[in-house]
Design a protein around this ligand. Sequence first.
Ligand SMILES: [Zn+2]
Length: 213
Amino acid sequence: MLDEMKSQLVEVAKLAYKKGMVNTYEGNLSVRKGDFICITPSGVSKGLLNEDMISVIDLDGRIIEGSCKPSSEWRLHALSYINRTDINAVIHAHSPYTTAYAIANKAIETKAYPEMIVFFDKIPLADYGTQATDEIFDGVKKYIPDHDAILLANHGIITIGKDIYDTFYRLEAAESIAKALILSEFLGGGKDLPQAKIDELYEIRRNKIKNSK
Ligand SMILES: [Zn+2]
């Protein structure tokens, strides 16, 4: 069942692997259809995945189909879907630059980089919760109604979206922005844009959100 969704999940998992955002032990991806979730397995390199390794589970974590053990972070995925009925994909990654912000316990925000303002405004930092438990979602719950990218303190990042591609583009954008912002620190830090230009960027952001609805 859900063959096309499994193929898309494998395709994007391999792409995320190639970009160094996930590996055997870190990161997991899922897509949702109705009450079913297709999710990457535990303990398999995302670079070696195939469709048969993708588990189908329900929102309570019961295995509906598949012989591999589903990701231990399935709760983070299921609770995201329960709290955001408009989304159909979740990626949790330990992408190095966004994870550096998470480990430093810093939200990502800037007045110096237009893409960050237009795409995200801010990527907030959710309080730490032990991995692979319900607790991991406690901090996320506060931000998930209004944010599609959230840092997990001392851990990594989660992005959500209408499909797996949209969700990956969001992760890719967040990682690229985090990288540029961290590198700019070596050159003395970003230079803030004038307030009038920042206001223009927020206007672009508002129109972008309006047009996507
Ligand atoms: Zn993780």
